[in-house]
Every structure is written in structure tokens, then in C-alpha cells.
Design a protein around this ligand. Structure first.
Ligand SMILES: O=C(O)CCC(=O)C(=O)O
Ligand SMILES: [Fe+2]
Length: 345
């Protein structure tokens, strides 16, 4: 594990408030973002001018209050009540790479027009009634994260050199984002546990905007580096396959959230932006909480390599087009395990 390296920090301010910034400032943000996406697929977003720190701190308090409730209370909003996607998942109910993750969580998705609880994904969000104000505070956060996601997408379009029409085309694929909000609680990982707090994975969609409490040495990111392999004596099962590189910590930075790109961005950019493996190993003694917001494409978005990027990457598409909603449903449905539990979102 390399500890000295830190992922780059991007100040997204100029795209959040374009009337107060110059096109030169925005171009500099786009360039920094582009470099971070090509090199790492993971970076910090400085949002200190946009979000008061007390807001996500309050969300963390509410999440902990919920997770510390008795089982019976939490199970009132279990995903088993309805569409197997929206609601509470018990500790070790989620499975990644065949192993039960040592976390509990609650998932909320963009509401749908004609909910049907018997259809995967298609139910209604289950908001806990205790603690009070939970829904209101989290809905405020969702609205903020939707705006932030769109600002990052616009900065990305600039970094990719898309013209106005191409940006409009891309924008039309994310302007009704089928977002997911996940609230995760991590008790300490027992030393003899056969699995992880959250096993290594790539995120499905477009952008992940992750607020995590100040716990250090929990979230790890796999940095691809040719010629370097993970030390065999790091005592952890291999989760990176044959890929060469190292695992680094992505510790929280005050005023920043962690952002990473998902597999849909990899398709749009024909592999120029790689979605990056990450995992959580929380061996500390505290109860860790994280709140990822997944800013995703529209459910019906037809995601395929963008013409401009295709031209720049040798004119051969390395990815098949996908309808985002089909891709998501396939992942969620394939994730059911034999006892009816499911893999993580
Ligand atoms: O808890 C974290 O830091 C990361 C969680 C994560 O990667 C996910 O839910 O996709
Ligand atoms: Fe993730």
C-alpha cells in the first residue's frame, strides 16, 4: 500500500457558477478534470464554496441514528418488502465477488411514474420515519448532488473537446438522471472475516459523488501502473486479477468529496477514461458512514462512444452500445444470490 500519493483535487466552482467565472478559468478546470479522468478515474472535488460542511455532517448523524436502531425497526424498510432494490439491506446482505460485504445500507433511486413493487427496481423509495427530518435532509442533498453531477459532466465535455452540439447530445442522455443515493454503515471489519467491508468493484454508471465521514484508511483505489504489482505479502486476497498497479488510500479531505467515473463514462470515451477498481477495508474501531450519490444516465439513454472521442481513439469502437436501464437491470438482477439476498448496487 502506497501512503504518500494523493489523488488530484479539482475545484469545480467555475462550472457551478458560470456567470462568475471566465471561459479561461473553466477551460483550466476541464483540463485538470480530463487529466485526472485519463490517469486515475478518481479525484477529489472541492465543493467548499457550494456546500456548508454542517450539511453532510448532519446527514452522517442521521444515518448513524438510523443504523443504531433495533433490527426490527430497520427491517420495516427492508428491500425484501418490495422491489429488492429500494430500501434497507442488513449487515452482510450485499455480496461482491461472491463474498458477503461487512456493511449495511439503504438505497434510494429516482422515483418512477408507475411504481410496481413486484418489479425489480420499480417500487417506491422507503424513507424511514425515525429519525425525523431524515427524508427532508436527504432530499435536499439529492437536489444538490444532481446539480453538481451536471456541472462535472459539463466540465468533462469541455475536457473532451466536445462542441456545443455534441455537449447538448450528451446532456440529453443525463438530464433526467436515474440517480441512486446509497447510505452505508460499516462496523469494524473483524480480522478473521472472509471478505471485505466492500469488495473490489467498478461503479456502473456515470459519476459517483462520495461524501464519507473522516475515517481514514478505509476506501482504497487501485492505481494502474505497468511494471508494478501488489506486494504478495500485503496479506489480502488478490482482487485486481492480472492488472498491474498498487492499492492506495483515498482518505477524506475536509471541504471535498471523492468523485470517480463509472462504466458508462468509459463507454462514451471509448476507454479513454477508465472506471477504476475500488474497495473498502475498514479495520478501525469506529462505526464508519459513507454516502455515495450515483449520478447516472437517463434510464433510456443509449450509451455509445462519442464521435469526437472515437475519432481521437483510432475510429474503432471498443465498446458495444448499451441502454443504461437494461444494463442496470441486468446488474441488479444478476446480483441475487441463492438465498434471495442481492449484490451491492
Ligand atoms: O464507502 C465507500 O467509501 C465506497 C462505497 C462504494 O464504493 C460504493 O458504494 O460503490
Ligand atoms: Fe463504488
Amino acid at each position: 500500500m502506497q501512503s504518500s500519493f494523493q489523488l488530484p483535487t479539482i475545484d469545480i466552482g467555475p462550472y457551478l457558477d458560470p456567470t462568475q467565472s471566465s471561459s479561461l478559468e473553466r477551460a483550466a478546470v476541464s483540463k485538470a478534470l480530463h487529466d485526472a479522468c485519463v490517469k486515475y478515474g478518481f479525484f477529489y472535488l472541492n465543493i467548499s464554496k457550494y456546500v456548508d460542511p454542517s450539511e453532510p455532517e448532519e446527514l452522517t448523524r442521521l444515518a448513524r441514528e438510523f443504523f443504531f436502531l433495533p433490527h426490527e425497526e430497520k427491517d420495516k424498510i427492508s428491500i425484501r418488502n418490495q422491489d429488492h432494490a429500494r430500501g434497507y439491506q442488513r449487515l452482510q446482505e450485499n455480496v461482491t465477488n461472491g463474498k458477503a460485504d461487512n456493511h449495511e445500507g439503504i438505497d434510494f433511486y429516482r422515483p418512477v411514474e408507475n411504481p410496481d413493487k413486484s418489479k425489480t427496481l420499480w417500487g417506491e423509495n422507503q424513507w424511514p420515519s425515525v429519525p425525523g427530518a431524515f427524508q427532508q435532509k436527504y432530499e435536499q442533498w439529492i437536489e444538490r448532488m444532481k446539480i453538481l453531477g451536471m456541472a462535472v459532466m459539463e466540465a468533462m465535455a469541455g475536457g473532451l473537446g466536445l462542441n456545443e452540439d455534441e455537449w447538448k447530445e450528451l446532456r440529453a442522455q443525463v438530464d433526467d438522471s436515474f440517480w441512486v443515493l446509497r447510505i452505508i454503515g460499516y462496523p469494524p471489519l473483524p480480522t478473521d472475516y472472509d471478505g471485505f467491508s466492500c469488495g473490489a468493484h467498478k461503479d456502473y454508471g456515470c459519476l459517483t459523488l462520495l461524501y464519507a465521514d473522516p475515517t481514514r484508511s478505509a476506501l482504497q483505489v487501485f492505481l494502474r501502473k505497468s511494471g508494478v504489482s501488489v506486494a504478495e505479502d500485503d496479506g489480502l486476497p488478490n482482487e485486481q486479477g492480472d492488472e498491474e498497479g498498487v492499492w492506495i488510500n483515498a482518505d477524506p479531505i475536509p471541504g471535498c468529496i471523492v468523485c470517480n467515473i463509472g462504466q458508462m463514462c468509459e463507454i462514451w470515451t471509448n476507454g479513454l477514461y477508465k472506471s477504476t477498481l475500488h474497495r473498502v477495508i475498514h479495520r478501525g474501531s469506529n462505526y464508519r458512514t459513507s454516502i455515495p450519490f450515483f449520478f447516472e444516465p437517463n434510464f433510456d439513454a443509449n450509451v455509445k462512444p462519442l464521435a469526437t472521442v472515437l475519432a481521437r481513439t483510432g475510429n474503432t469502437a471498443s465498446y458495444e452500445p448499451v441502454i443504461y436501464g437494461d444494463f442496470l437491470l441486468g446488474n441488479v438482477e444478476n446480483n441475487f444470490t441463492q438465498d434471495g439476498t442481492r449484490g451491492r448496487y
